[in-house]
Design a protein around this ligand. Structure first.
Ligand code: FES
Length: 76
């Protein structure tokens, strides 16, 4: 059975071991309220904390081995 999607122009996809991909017409603001310049309607937001261009992803998650799930414990 296919899940229904809420009616929205914005879709956020959490990529395993990577960023949040935001598709749609959204505005990102700094804490000061100033808008963060955006160049595209689709953007990747960092959730690993290592990006040098926050709030956007720069691919650093791969370099630091960021994982969205805890590693399986060895039961041997
Ligand atoms: S999620 Fe890609 S740099 Fe943080």
């Amino acid at each position: 059975m296919k899940k229904s999607r809420p009616s929205s122009d914005v879709v956020i996809t959490a990529y395993p071991n990577g960023p949040l991909l935001v598709r749609g017409d959204v505005e990102i603001l700094e804490a000061s309220g100033e808008p963060v310049p955006q160049r595209r309607r689709t953007m990747a937001l960092c959730r690993c904390g290592a990006s040098t261009i926050k709030p956007f992803c720069d691919g650093s998650h791969k370099l630091i081995g960021f994982r969205t799930e805890a590693p399986q414990e060895d039961e041997s």
